[in-house]
Design a protein around this ligand. Structure first.
Ligand code: SF4
Length: 508
């Protein structure tokens, strides 16, 4: 057994000052992590997930993406190592989203962190959990503070009793969105599985190997979408392969066994790297709407070496049905769209093809080669496309374009409703619908048109409530709310003083 002294020395500075969380100190945490031996990991994340105008998450904790991927896999145990408040938030969110599994947690305090005992506790926890009768894999996720402190998960054994141990760092100061954190774990698992394939025979898929060459689908799509995609691939002599992130370890082998990998969601940079390393061509965009489906069938067919006549046959079978569905369910109205799921540009294409006057699409995810075609298609139709969009970008677009409907993240929806603009939450109401092929065409129209038609209700509410509950009068009061400008002024002076103090400390 390694002693704590054999592990790289953790960095106690990570616990100092107010640099403990995503609310502040990202640069300090990044520097701490680098000096604690995590430079390579951070450099890879910086290349895979380039930062945008802001250097810290503006949505939920990024680690939720990795946690969710682990929790959705069969025979997989997921353990968090991080501050109790972060773990509380992450477990709350995962159970809110229907996880039916316990989340493992290795707690720490400043003593176990700085002495290296935390690493020993983690190792003890994975040994205790590594029961091959229950698990194929154990995922252990370092959150911000253990990453900044250099807790060396790479020193954990690769396997214990045949149970794979996957240790990953998912700090908010290195992985900007929860979408990209899904890729961190999916990529790590694909890499591990690729190594197993290279070493010898591996388990076949539960339902046996497909009798046709497959197209692996990268991205968490609506459950009906792979079925629809499979129908469109059939005339090409291809079948839909597993969806990555997979729901079971051995699906990783089947995914890597594909003929072509389709990056339906474009931010899976590490996963794409593994498919490319396995010699699989990767195509971008997705079969959304008429034009998107046409281009996607062509790209997949060409990458798989399918004869042009068969590709044309598939197009002739499905494109007229898609066009008809789009025309049957038109969307009328001006829309701005933003989100952090990474599928925003695909939804944007569907909206435009449905007739919507879409002015802006913002995605918290970065531009990648696999979203390039979507970006060009949208920009050629006058849509302003913003990658790594900040909340401020999204709000500015809403104010600028004055839409009939704002589709966006929670704070955008809140701001829109406050302004009397109908709004829909992208994650729950828009991205959780079929988007691909004939089933996707027209799936958005009812919810969008109904929301736009609600404008009059917003006007009525605004007229009824007037200025009640605005500004200093927000909240629940027993008496008449009193404005206290002197309190605000006092706080403002305190903040300026604190900023000056921090600045002068930086210069020392
Ligand atoms: S782990 Fe998540 S919640 Fe905790 S500090 Fe980091 S980004 Fe914030």
């Amino acid at each position: 057994m390694d002693s704590p002294a054999q592990a790289p020395v953790p960095n106690p500075q990570a616990l100092e000052g107010d640099g403990l969380g995503c609310h502040s100190g990202a640069q300090a945490l990044r520097e701490a992590a680098a000096s604690a031996g995590k430079s390579d990991t951070l450099a890879r994340y910086a290349a895979d997930y380039p930062q945008g105008p802001h250097d810290q998450p503006q949505s939920m904790c990024p680690a939720f993406g990795s946690l969710r991927v682990g929790l959705r896999m069969r025979r997989t145990q997921t353990i968090l190592s991080g501050s109790a408040c972060c773990v509380y938030g992450l477990t709350f969110t995962s159970h809110f989203y229907g996880a039916r599994r316990s989340v493992g947690y290795v707690p720490f305090n400043s003593e176990t962190l700085v002495t290296g005992k935390l690493f020993e506790d983690i190792r003890e926890a994975v040994h205790a959990q590594a029961d091959p009768a229950q698990f194929d894999a154990i995922v252990i996720i370092n959150l911000c503070v253990p990453t900044a402190s250099g807790v060396p998960l790479q020193l954990l054994p690769r396997e214990i009793n045949g149970v794979r141990i996957i240790g990953i760092d998912v700090p908010g100061f290195g992985v900007p969105t929860h979408a990209e954190a899904k890729d961190v774990l999916a990529g790590a698992m694909l890499k591990f599985a690729r190594g197993e394939i290279a070493a010898g025979p591996v388990q076949a898929p539960r339902a046996g190997r497909a009798d046709k060459p497959t197209v692996a689908l990268i991205g968490e799509v609506f459950p009906a979408d792979p079925v629809g995609i499979g129908m469109m691939l059939d005339p090409l002599g291809l079948a839909a392969g597993p969806v990555v992130p997979t729901r079971e370890w051995r699906e990783l082998y089947a995914a890597l066994d594909c003929r072509v990998a389709a990056a339906l969601h474009p931010f899976y940079t590490a996963s794409v790297r593994e498919f490319e390393a396995a010699g699989r061509p990767v195509v971008g965009s997705a079969p959304v709407g008429h034009d998107g489906t046409e281009a996607w069938l062509q790209a997949v067919g060409s990458a798989a070496g399918v004869a042009q006549a068969r590709i044309d046959d598939a197009k002739n079978r499905f494109l007229p049905a898609i066009r008809a569905a789009l025309q049957r369910t038109p969307i009328q109205g001006r829309i701005t769209l933003s989100g952090y799921e990474g599928s925003e540009l695909l939804v944007a294409r569907l909206l435009v093809e449905s007739g919507a006057d879409l002015r802006y699409v913002g995605s918290a995810c970065p531009a990648t080669p696999w979203s390039q075609a979507d970006r060009e298609w949208l920009e050629s139709r006058g849509v302003l496309v913003r990658f790594r969009a900040s909340l401020e970008d999204d709000l500015a677009a809403m104010r600028e374009f004055k839409p009939d409907l704002a589709v966006g993240t929670t704070p955008v929806v809140q701001a829109a409703k406050q302004a009397g603009i109908p709004a829909l939450y992208f994650t729950n109401l828009i991205s959780a619908r079929p988007l691909m092929g004939p089933a996707g065409a027209g799936s958005l129209a009812t919810v969008i048109n109904t929301a736009i038609a609600n404008k009059a209700r917003f006007d009525d509410m605004k007229a009824f409530f007037g200025d009640v509950g605005h500004g200093h009068a927000s909240g629940v009061w027993e008496g008449v709310p009193q404005d206290r400008p002197e309190f605000r002024e006092h706080t403002r002076r305190q903040v300026i003083k604190l900023q000056k103090k921090l600045k002068s400390e930086e210069m020392i």
